[in-house]
Design a protein around this ligand. Structure first.
Ligand code: MCN
Ligand code: MOS
Length: 763
């Protein structure tokens, strides 16, 4: 019997072109285990490092007793702040020149519980774990500010750059006939990627190779290079597969510095993998936030004024701003607006990026508040959104590049059956279950940057694409296969995309949902350059059967070249290359302005300083979505289950609808977790995260997730990217939590303004 393994979605159904539903080309490698993740590299002489962390949240390390650890079997080195070489401070992700100060990834001054204070390196992982338990650290403990609700926390530091104001919001609010004022809280949340952070670092002379899961190889390579004072070119990052990042794997972190220092000191490759609990303190999750949203409206629900005040936590010595006014300032038309934000320092690791930082908690505030306004005025929550629809960007005062939000409301409402909703809270039920229907909108800016790619047409007619960009599950490999296949006119099976090595053509961060737009543009450009060269050879080389034909009469399709007018033969790309004596065509293409300097190019790939503002020029660019969600609340137990989700989304043109839908569903699932389950709980005595593992920090499982329906309402947006797409990866999480909170209100009559919506808040 012959078994044909046909790739699902092939040329016959148009799946291979941009916009087709080609299945993930990296899928088989992942399913069969052939995909090698960073720390799975087998290297000769590998040593294993294990971190020792502070057990207090504030104070000083008085002493570290390493004697017992050093004497333990297999131990090669015990690293403390006293015996490791100082590094240089690296520049931040804007590329701001760093202070001329040493950087030490092992701390003497403790600002949070779980801070790295020492590390043990041994011949085996087990020996390192055993010896790490023997390191004795004594402290002088100081009082800690455990979180935002701590009496010592104070009002914090105003972040003036976050202030957005127009009109006179206070006066307009005072004069408004209908007023809403409510406070909304979101807790600490964690990215919880399936693959924990970790790396293998190896030095060969002054050359450093780092195998590490990374959303940004070139940015992280820059940081390693700056820490160790070696040229950028000396650092190679390798990260072909990544088990999820969700924002947490974009930057080089302290544990990476520890591993690289150990590798240099021992002159051996060193592997360091975080334990799951360490992933809750080794880097930051989403900052806890507090917001007050005040809306003044007329009796018909037309908004006159919005006043927004936000606070997010940051660490004692680091700065993280979670822009809470981001959605508040653009979602609805308002003549008067004021948004301000403070940050409060608490004894925590510096918070970080987690899927749609800023927009996500911001939408919880404004999209809950607009729902409250709807009930106050007595109109439908969908109708009030349409009544206050922003026809242009109310803050930037520019036209939207594209905004299919009205279409999203219409398509989602129709599919969900919104018109059958009974408006009164507690008016829909199924036996013991109260049923609630909620709606909320979401948005995320289109972040843009320049990209670069290498495209090679090889002697056998196959195509190779190389880029130091990455695929952490979003689908980069697949959409770049589609882009190259379509642009060059070859079958997708003939295209191999290589990612995840900083030796390849440079790439910026896979963050802010920008990579797909950036990289499809770059590959399109490089592939076009390769195609031009191929066709040029075909008509100019005397050995070519197409010699002296017009370039624009040649057609390359399905890997074959022909003249539609029947002049000359139809031959394969391989045959053409053979006829002209070439073994490859190679074209590097980028979307940078032609006169860009080497320094600008370096900056473009290694910092975010060259990113193009989403309100650049005449347009304001955002992706949009509307979520319609049904919940069932058990009247006796207060348990909430999401039973139905219909979301309509505008991400512009989709490069691959199958993958975009999967991204959107992933975002919605994370949003369900945020609404109902996720909360980092701080031990008030020790400032520790209590639920620092996946048994206690709950993320949704299959049983928590109903059927989710996603509908694309986007149209190509030429202002957002080369191929017309807008961002996909982060959009769909935005608005899910408020849609659920709004549905819970509709079901129960209880407004929960404090995430997550757990049963004790409903009783
Ligand atoms: N896509 C599309 N059409 C578009 C845009 C995108 O079909 N117009 C599809 C493509 O399959 C593309 C994917 O959506 O690969 C994501 O594209 P994009 O929105 O540009 O986002 P990035 O590639 O920059 O990915 C980063 C983004 C972010 S910032 C987070 S956080 C996040 C996310 O992607 N983390 C993820 N999605 C994730 N998905 C997985 N599986 N794991 C993560 O850690
Ligand atoms: Mo995504 S949080 O911008 O990596």
């Amino acid at each position: 019997m012959t078994v044909h393994m046909k790739r699902h979605g092939d040329a016959s159904d148009g799946a291979e072109a941009v916009g087709g539903r080609l299945s993930r080309v990296d899928g088989p490698a992942k399913i069969t285990g052939a995909a090698k993740y960073a720390v799975e590299q087998q290297l000769d002489g590998l040593a294993y490092a294990v971190l020792v962390e502070s057990t207090i949240a504030a104070g000083k390390v008085r002493s570290i007793d390493t004697e017992a650890a050093k004497a333990a079997p297999g131990v090669l080195k015990v690293l403390t702040p006293d015996n490791i070489p100082p590094l240089k401070t690296a520049s931040d992700w804007f590329g701001t020149p760093p202070p001329d100060a040493p950087y030490c990834p092992l701390a003497r001054d403790i600002t949070f519980s779980g801070q790295h204070v020492a590390a043990v390196v041994a011949e085996s992982f087990e020996q390192a774990v055993a010896a790490a338990a023997l390191v004795k650290v004594s402290y002088d403990e100081a009082p800690a500010i455990v979180d935002l609700s701590d009496a010592k926390a104070g009002d914090g530091i105003p972040i003036d750059a976050m202030t957005k104001e127009w009109g006179d919001a206070a006066t307009a609010f005072a004069a408004a006939p209908v007023r809403i004022c409510a406070a909304y809280n979101t807790p600490r949340e964690y990215q919880a990627p399936m693959e924990p952070h970790g790396l293998i670092a190896r030095w060969q002379g002054d050359q450093l190779t780092v195998w590490e899961p990374s959303q940004w190889l070139d940015g992280m390579a820059r940081t390693y290079a700056e820490w160790f004072g070696v040229p950028f070119e000396n650092v190679r990052l390798v990260s072909p597969y990544i088990g999820g990042g969700f924002g947490s794997k974009a930057l080089a972190l302290g544990h990476g510095a520890v591993a690289a220092i150990a590798a240099r000191m021992l002159e051996r490759p060193v592997r360091l993998v975080m334990t799951r609990p360490q992933t809750f303190t080794g880097y930051g999750g989403r900052a806890a936030t507090r917001q007050t949203v005040t809306i003044g409206a007329d009796a018909e629900g037309k908004i006159q004024s919005i006043v927004h005040r936000g606070v997010n936590e940051t660490s004692i010595d680091g700065m993280w701003v979670e822009p809470l006014g981001s959605v508040t300032s653009i979602m609805y038309q308002t003549p008067n607006f004021s948004s301000r934000q403070n940050v409060v320092r608490v004894n925590s690791v510096v918070p970080g990026a987690m899927r749609a930082p800023g927009e996500n908690p911001s939408a919880f505030g404004i999209e809950s508040a607009i729902d409250e306004l709807a009930y106050e005025v007595g109109i439908d929550p969908l109708a009030i959104r349409l009544r206050n629809y922003a026809e242009q960007d109310p803050h930037a005062k520019k036209a939207w590049s594209t905004r299919q939000l009205r279409e999203a409301y219409a398509a989602g409402a129709e599919r969900f059956g919104w018109s059958r909703r009974s408006p009164q809270p507690r008016s829909m039920r199924d036996g013991n279950q109260l049923i609630g229907w909620g709606v909320a909108a979401g948005t995320y800016p289109v972040r843009r940057a320049y990209g670069e790619a290498m495209v090679r047409i090889l002697a056998d007619g196959s195509v190779e694409v190389e880029s130091s960009s990455i695929d952490m599950g979003q689908g980069t490999y697949t959409i770049l296969v589609q882009t190259a296949a379509e642009t060059l006119g070859v079958p997708a099976d003939n295209v191999v995309v290589k990612l995840g090595d900083s030796r390849f053509a440079r790439a910026g961060v896979a963050g802010g949902s920008r990579l797909a737009g950036v990289m499809t543009g770059a590959v399109h450009k490089a592939a076009n350059a390769a195609l031009d060269e191929l066709v040029g050879l075909a008509i100019s080389d005397p050995r070519s059967p197409f010699h002296a034909l017009q370039a624009n009469t040649l057609v390359v399709a399905n890997g074959r070249i022909s003249s539609p007018r029947g002049e000359g033969p139809e031959i394969s790309i391989a045959e053409l290359l053979a006829s002209v004596g070439r073994d490859r065509i190679e074209a590097k293409g980028d979307t940078m302005p032609a006169n860009s300097t080497a320094e600008e190019r370096y900056k473009n790939y290694t910092t975010i300083a060259m990113a193009l503002p989403h309100t650049e020029g005449d347009y304001s660019r955002y992706s949009w979505c509307a979520h319609f969600i049904e919940v069932r609340v058990d009247e006796d137990f207060g348990t909430v289950r999401v039973s139905r989700v219909v979301s309509a989304l505008d991400s512009g043109r989709l490069y691959n609808p199958k993958l975009a839908e999967s991204q959107w569903k992933g975002g919605i699932i994370m949003g369900i977790g945020q609404a109902l389950l996720e909360e980092g709980i701080v031990d008030r005595r020790h400032g520790r995260i209590v639920n620092n593992n996946l048994a206690d920090y709950l993320v949704p499982t299959n049983a928590d997730i109903p059927d989710i329906e996603v509908i694309s309402v986007g149209i190509p947006d030429p202002h957002s990217s080369v191929l017309g797409g807008k961002g996909v990866g982060e959009l769909a999480i935005v608005g899910v939590a408020p849609a659920i909170a709004n549905a819970v209100f509709h079901a129960t009559g209880k407004r929960i303004r404090d995430l997550p919506i757990t049963l004790e808040k409903l009783i």
